[in-house]
Design a protein around this ligand. Structure first.
Ligand code: AMP
Length: 271
């Protein structure tokens, strides 16, 4: 497994693979890898990528000033071992300084799908995501990139960026990987106390009940508050346009964001 830290070196190697006719998959992550991330690498393998490039970069540009950039969990050694075991062929560990050179002044703004949901609560977040993902696409020359449904809005925003800016690759969406309890796996779960983790189960449970027709949208919000979490949003949107939908009917997606203590958790379910 190759390890790259310099963007130019990754780019040169990927260009050579591409010239040799190899199929390249990219799996962008912020590291502290868990089974959700591993499932993306497995999906890339299943699609017969010759080279699977996993990027591990806590991207400062997508964090707001009061968010958890500094304390976001990092474990390079464990991430390397997990990538190797999962079958990645290259890992990219850049630093903020070599991703964002002095006077970096070009950013990508998606102006439609990023407006609501997390985009409304985290100003500048998707601008940071789009910018770093576009840079990774230009460095890795992937035939396809794999994203998780866990970050549903992010995946839709990236798909729109690829369409509108004519990036020459496919976006693959992989299902949400959950803990046996139902809690969506997330690097941020490490912040949760045992009590908070137990309370957080309400997110997946209430979404499941809603899909089964046993709970309304406002019922989901009430259940989350009752479990002691603070609702950031519970919204039903058209799964493609992300425009608000009145009812959770097929073709919609219900998304939630809520705080368990100081930790902001997200989850969603496709109806
Ligand atoms: P992150 O490191 O949290 O930025 O996530 C990197 C990629 O892994 C994104 O495409 C996420 O949607 C995906 N991902 C994170 N958690 C999960 C999960 N529980 N199931 C599936 N994909 C996930």
């Amino acid at each position: 497994m190759k390890i790259f830290r310099e963007p130019a070196k990754l780019q040169k190697w990927c260009r050579a693979q591409k010239r040799a006719g190899k199929k390249i998959a990219l799996v962008p992550t912020m590291g502290y890898l868990h089974e959700g991330h591993i499932s993306l690498i497995t999906e890339a393998k299943r699609r017969k990528a010759d080279e699977i490039v996993v990027s591990v970069f806590v991207n400062p540009v997508q964090f707001g000033p009061n968010e958890d950039y500094a304390k976001y969990p990092r474990d390079e050694k464990a991430d390397l071992a997990k990538c190797r075991a999962a079958g990645a062929t290259a890992v990219f560990f850049p630093t903020p300084a070599n991703m964002y050179l002095e006077h970096h002044s070009v950013y990508i703004n998606e102006e439609d799908l990023s407006k609501g949901l997390c985009g409304a609560r985290r100003p500048g977040h998707f601008r940071g995501v789009c910018t770093v993902v576009a840079k990774l696409f230009n460095l890795a020359h992937p035939d396809f990139a794999v994203f998780g449904q866990k970050d549903y809005q992010q995946a839709q925003v990236i798909k729109r960026m690829v369409r509108d800016l004519n990036f020459d690759l496919d976006i693959v969406l992989a299902p949400i990987v959950r803990e046996p309890s139902g809690l969506a796996r997330s690097s941020r779960n490490t912040y949760l106390s045992p009590d908070e983790k137990a309370s957080a189960l309400v997110l997946s449970r209430s979404l499941k009940s809603l899909k089964a027709g046993k709970l309304s949208l406002s019922g989901v919000a009430k259940a989350i508050e009752k479990a002691g979490l603070k609702v950031d949003y519970v919204e039903c949107v058209d799964a493609e346009t992300l425009q608000p939908a009145k009812k959770a009917v097929p073709g919609t997606c219900v998304l939630v964001a809520a705080y368990a203590g100081k930790t902001r958790l997200i989850d969603n379910i496709l109806i």
